[in-house]
Design a protein around this ligand. Structure first.
Ligand code: FAD
Length: 468
């Protein structure tokens, strides 16, 4: 029997394992698919906690329903999706100390006061600003936004959006690596506005709707039991062997082909193919002996800390929490929280009847010190910020903190070249495949899609004896 070892039991690794297991019947003699997961449970960053009627996502909130590979995984796992409530369409931003709704309607957006007259005028000029091609060269997200939309929009709208997605610094992240669709819109249409108009027209003529709660690109979605339902269901796939509490220690290519995977506890495993699906900093040491340059490239991807603080109140104690998605807070407004989500409005039922659940994010690339805070300090800061922001001063009836010392990979300037180099080095070790969210998509859905692609590639490699 041939064997595939997948290292990491987050969504990337489980998607890879499931995709490979689906092709096991094509492997003469069969395919043993083994997932090694360091933690006691599968899921990685996806951790759903249930406590006294509260349902708290300690990592991702949900996924956008725009990824066909993820749709297929969900269908195969037999799970029912739970779309976010319509209330999630109301999203807010802090500007000049005041929380303002980011209205989709142009007149309401103008009136929101998020941008001043000069900032609005500059945005109106976007269609006539010459476009550039993103195939060569690199540019930070902030530079791109300033060039196309003006400085006000870059600072007040785009930088906080980058905090919301990457917990990242817009001045350090690469636009084409972090937001490839925006780069593509400019490359193809010369303007974001013209690209949006073209997209709307195309959607209208094909009878589709564009976007929904929490983003123009898709509808925020989860499951009734929270996001962890998917990794758990995938781990139960017949034919998969998932070993939790087992850490891969090294991946060594064998002279005649294939690999030896050292693990702790347990004897080393021989493998025909290996998928690396753990965090880049965790995968780097595994390949250090086999390829120091690959280890350096993986280990060089910055993953700053993020702390998630969930607080709950009785509704009458927190009347200032609006029925909506949440709020983003640009740096310079005097808050430590990067923003917060109003979970019990996004997915009703996540707080006991008559209560509200709020989740705040702290840290990221712009405030690394938060990584050293204990839970008490994180709660205290969040309470102080929410008191000022939403006027909620009452003692919370529920509190839960999740600390991620190395949370979200940052696609910094030069990331595309780094990824190309990682792909080249991995290709030089036939049978080694790199999955995970550190290369070409940090979102849950993108990680799943890359996982599926790598799992299928690994299965094809085992079937054909070469990379296909
Ligand atoms: C706070 C937070 C909020 C987020 N919010 C969203 C969101 O709302 N929407 C969204 O789309 N995305 C969000 N994301 C991103 C999303 O969570 C990730 O893209 C996705 O979960 C990554 O999955 P993964 O399997 O690639 O990695 P991980 O989930 O990090 O899994 C890697 C796994 O590998 C294991 N591992 C590592 N080393 C070893 C080893 N040597 N041996 C064995 N096992 C090992 C780890 O224990 C871990 O379980 C968020 C992330 C964070 C941290």
């Amino acid at each position: 029997m041939r064997r595939l070892v997948v290292i990491g039991g987050g969504i990337s690794g489980l998607a890879a394992a499931r995709a490979a297991a689906d092709r096991a019947a094509e492997v003469p003699g069969g395919l043993d698919v083994v997932v090694l997961e360091r933690d006691a449970d599968v899921g990685g960053k996806v951790r759903t906690a249930r406590e006294d009627g509260w349902l708290v996502e300690e990592g991702p909130t949900g996924f956008l329903d725009n990824e066909p590979a993820l749709d297929r995984l969900i269908a195969a796992a037999g799970l029912e999706r739970r779309p976010a409530d319509e209330a999630a369409a109301h999203r807010y931003l802090v500007r000049g100390g005041t929380m303002r709704e980011i209205a989709a309607h142009p007149v309401r957006f103008v009136r929101s006061g998020i941008l001043g007259p000069l900032g609005l005028l500059r945005i109106a000029l976007e269609p006539v600003i010459p476009g550039r091609d993103h195939d060569t060269g690199d540019e930070s997200v902030w530079q791109f936004a300033r060039r196309r939309l003006g400085r006000q929009a870059a600072d007040r709208l785009i930088a906080p959006m980058v905090l919301g997605v990457f917990a990242g610094d817009a001045k350090r992240l690469s636009l084409p690596a972090s937001f490839p669709k925006m780069a593509q819109m400019e490359s193809e249409h010369g303007s974001l506005v013209r690209a949006l108009i073209a997209r709307r027209r195309a959607a209208k003529s094909s009878g589709q709707t564009v976007g929904g709660p929490a983003g123009p690109a898709g509808w925020l979605t989860s499951f009734d039991g929270g996001l962890a339902a998917l990794p758990r269901a995938l781990a139960r796939t017949p034919g998969l062997r998932v070993e939790t509490g087992v850490t891969a220690q090294a991946v060594r290519p064998r002279a005649g082909g294939g690999f030896v995977v050292e693990r702790e506890p347990g004897p080393a495993l021989e493998a025909d193919a290996v998928v690396l699906a753990g965090e880049p900093w965790a995968m780097a040491p595994l390949v250090q002996d086999a390829d120091r340059e690959l280890a350096r490239l993986l280990g060089g991807i910055d993953c700053p800390p993020v702390t998630v603080v969930a607080l709950g109140w009785r509704r009458e104690q927190a009347p200032g929490v609006p029925r909506g998605f949440g709020v983003l807070i640009p740096r310079g407004e005097g808050y430590r929280i990067l923003g917060c989500l109003w979970d019990s409005f996004i997915f009703p039922g996540r707080a006991p009847e008559g209560h509200v659940l709020v989740r705040a994010m702290l840290g990221g690339a712009v405030d690394r010190e938060v990584g050293s805070w204990d839970e008490g300090r994180a709660i205290e800061q969040t309470r102080a910020d929410l008191a000022r922001l939403l006027g909620v001063t009452a003692e919370p009836v529920f509190a839960r903190v999740a600390r991620w010392p190395r949370a979200i990979p940052q696609y910094e300037i030069g990331h595309r070249e780094r990824v190309a180099a990682i792909e080249r080095r991995a290709a030089a070790m036939p049978g080694l495949f790199v999955a995970g969210n550190a290369l070409d998509g940090i979102a849950f859905g993108k990680a799943a899609a890359r996982g599926v692609a790598m799992g299928e590639a690994a299965a094809r490699f085992v079937i054909e004896g070469r990379v296909v």
